[in-house]
Every structure is written in C-alpha cells, then in structure tokens.
Ligand binder design. Structure first.
Ligand code: NAD
Ligand code: UFG
Length: 347
C-alpha cells in the first residue's frame, strides 16, 4: 500500500514509518518540521534501506496539500501531525485549535477531493481527562481538561460525524497512553525541543548530563509509593498498532476507537529506577508539588485492540528504558548532535 504519513518526521511518526517500510508499504512523509528534523527521515531510510519521499508541507497550506494528493495516489493516511504540549496549549489555545483542528479539516478536505477515505488518527488518553477510573476502556466518557486534549476530542467528533454522514470512510481513532523508548538501533528516537514536558525524555536528559535532576511531581498520591502511575508503551509496539489498524481498515468501513496501552501501570519512581538500571548509575531526583491537572493513576484496558486487531504491546518497561537510553547516549543532543557533552556516564 502507499501510505501518507503526516508528522512522519516526528517521534511516533518516524518509528511508524520505519515499521510501515519493514512491512512492505511505500511511504510519503509530509511534515512542516515545526517540531522535528528531516534527519529523522534520512535515518529511517538508512535503517530500512528503503527510499522515503519527503514533502515539507504545512497542513494549514491547502494548496500545497492538494499538490501532494495530486502527485501520489494514496491508499491510506496516518495522521500524526499536530502540536502536543499541554502547557503551551493553555497559553496559546488559538494556535492549537488552528494547527490541530483546522489542519485536520484541511487534510480531510484534501482527502475527499482525492477520494482517499482511509485514515488512522493519533488521538490520546488525554481525552479521558483526569479520570482515576482504571483500567480505562473506550466507553469512558470523554472529558479533556486542556486545549490540547480538547483538540483531540473535537477531531474525534469531526471524524465520527464524517463516518456517520458517509459510510465510505474508514477511520481508526487510536488513543495512545504514554509512548516511550526508541528503535533498538539507537538511530532514531524522541528529540524534544527545549525543556521536555514528559517524564521519559526528562529522565533521559538527566542521565546523559544535560540536566541536574528529575523533579518528581507529587509524592503524596494515593498510590503504593506516593507517585503518579501511568501506562508507558514502547514506541515500536505503538508503531505495530498502526500497522494493525491500517490492515483492519482494509476490510471494513466505519469509525473505530482503540486504546493503545499495555494495561500495566508504573509509578514515577519505578520509571526512574528502571532507567537508572539501564544507565548503570542512579538518576538523581527530588520531590516537588503535584502538577496541576495530573491524575493519580491512568492505565489502559487494551482488550478491544487485542480482540479486534489482534494487537497487544509486549515490550517491558526495562526494554523501553534500555532503548531510550541507547538513543540518548548515542545522540545526547538528538538530531542536532553537534554540541559537546561535559560528561557521559554509564554503559
Ligand atoms: P512530534 O511533535 O514528535 O511529531 C509531530 C510532528 O507533526 C512533528 O514532526 C511536527 O513538525 C509535525 N507538525 C505539527 N504541526 C504540523 C503542521 N501544521 N503541518 C505539518 N506538520 C506538522 O509528536 P509525537 O510525540 O510524535 O506525536 C505524534 C502525534 O501523537 C501527535 O498528534 C500527538 O498529539 C499524538 N500523541 C502523542 C503522545 C506523546 O506523548 N508523544 C501521546 C498521545 C498522542
Ligand atoms: N512527571 C514528573 N516529572 C516530570 C514529568 C512528569 O514527575 O518532569 C510525572 C507526571 O506527574 C505523571 C508522569 O510523570 O505522573 C507522566 O507524566 P508525562 O507528562 O510524561 O505524561 P502524562 O501522562 O501527564 O501525559 C502524557 C502526554 C499527554 C497525553 C498523555 C496520555 O503529555 O499529551 O500522556 O497519552 F495525553
């Protein structure tokens, strides 16, 4: 199949592109590089030994989008492109609604014009809000609590309405839990710009000597060790979930929703411990107040994805940390790896 991957230069998109190529698909990556580096696409080509067409296009540019659909005949689209920082979305809500919602509308219009009606969309467990009811299944009411999460909820609504109006559409809404890790080659991985918002990249930057210590947001949650619990999922397991969804949509029309998580929760301290073991020395941390809006516990009920897609995540937290560390150790400054690091520890 020929697949258009929007946001394919980013973290999850680059890993999924690699899995698609390994699975024999042809891929065109569309990305405006606002939060990524084209080097990721080059490295995906290097690892796979396959060519990837790359188009630097902004989803807000409808004319350029149409040109991509005129140039290639796609069987399906996997749509990762979007802004994803919760805090920034609170400060700049218009930028988030514009980029994520309007960008997706532009994509859907272009798809309609080109008569391509198969779409896998990157949704998020953030649509469940700060619900502590676990495990979370797909029937939980949606209650996003910030503008970023609301863009995901709104796009889910738009796609549900579209599927109801036109039964030719084939849509998978994939609600990711907490992506972590990197491809086992250590050549591609997560490369956040500025201070990482998420736990794993922050821990990795402390481990590599770019930051002094991890701040643990809250040690007084009603959890066994007092820290927040999340469902960390290896990015290569996540990539496999996309392949499974594309295959499923090949045979069925309609709008489908699946959680992509492991069904297991790990605390912040367990993550820091597992990462320390991967590195071979202790990653320093200190406690601070809770971060506003955080749930105490969040993990998936992944049963529907297993039943419908035959997919489940099988990589462990230890593997996520080992693979994340290999990437960070080999690329301390990510894809712009031209700055010297004062001291590198570990194996
Ligand atoms: P990322 O920032 O690494 O990748 C997103 C890519 O989209 C980037 O390469 C960026 O340059 C591109 N992009 C953004 N706006 C664009 C636009 N208007 N036109 C073209 N390209 C544009 O993020 P990621 O972690 O790989 O996330 C991918 C998707 O998964 C996002 O939609 C995100 O909201 C969603 N998601 C991520 C997480 C997570 O924790 N990483 C969790 C749940 C859902
Ligand atoms: N945490 C810390 N210190 C940090 C960063 C995080 O203690 O420096 C804690 C958080 O309080 C939370 C856990 O680590 O308990 C995970 O936090 P992340 O920010 O990594 O992940 P979240 O679960 O808060 O949210 C992430 C994305 C959302 C997405 C959600 C589910 O940021 O966009 O996963 O996919 F919706």
């Amino acid at each position: 199949m020929k697949v258009l991957v929007t946001g394919g230069a980013g973290y999850i998109g680059s890993h999924t592109t690699l899995s698609l190529l390994d699975d024999g698909h042809d891929v065109v990556v569309l990305d405006n590089l606002c939060n990524s580096n084209a080097e990721s696409v080059r490295r995906v080509e290097e690892i796979s030994g396959r060519h990837v067409e790359f188009r630097r296009v902004d989803l807000l540019d409808a004319v350029a989008l149409d040109a991509v659909f005129a140039e290639f005949r796609f069987d399906s689209v996997i749509h990762f492109a979007g802004l994803k920082a919760v805090g920034e979305s609170v400060e700049k809500p218009l930028a988030y609604y514009q980029n994520n919602v309007v960008g997706t509308l532009n994509l859907l219009h272009a798809m309609e014009r080109a008569e391509v009606r198969t779409l896998v969309f990157s949704s998020s467990a953030t649509v469940y809000g700060a619900s502590d009811r676990v495990p979370l299944n797909e029937h939980e009411p949606l209650d996003a609590s910030n503008p970023y999460g609301r863009t995901k909820e709104q796009i889910e609504d738009i796609l549900s309405d579209l599927g109801a109006a036109d039964p030719r559409w084939r849509v998978a809404l994939l609600r990711y839990f907490n992506p972590a890790g990197a491809h086992e080659s250590g050549r591609i991985g997560e490369d956040p710009q500025g201070t990482p918002n998420n736990l794993l990249p922050f821990v990795a930057q402390v481990a590599v000597g770019r930051r002094e210590k991890v701040t643990v947001f809250g040690g007084d949650y009603p959890t066994p060790d007092g820290t927040g619990i999340r469902d960390y999922i290896h990015v290569m397991d996540l990539a496999a979930g996309h392949i499974a969804a594309v295959g499923f949509l090949n045979n069925r029309s309609g709008v489908f929703r699946w959680n992509l998580g492991t069904g297991r929760g790990s605390s912040v301290l367990e993550v820091i411990q597992a990462f320390s073991e991967a590195v071979g020395h202790k990653v320093k941390h200190e406690f601070a107040d809770r971060r506003p809006g955080d749930a105490a516990v969040s993990y998936a009920d992944p049963a529907a994805a297993l039943a419908d897609l035959g997919w489940s995540a099988h990589r462990t937290l230890a593997q996520m940390c080992e693979d994340h560390w290999r990437w960070q150790r080999n690329n301390p400054f990510g894809y712009s790896n031209d700055v010297a690091v004062p001291s590198l520890h570990g194996k």
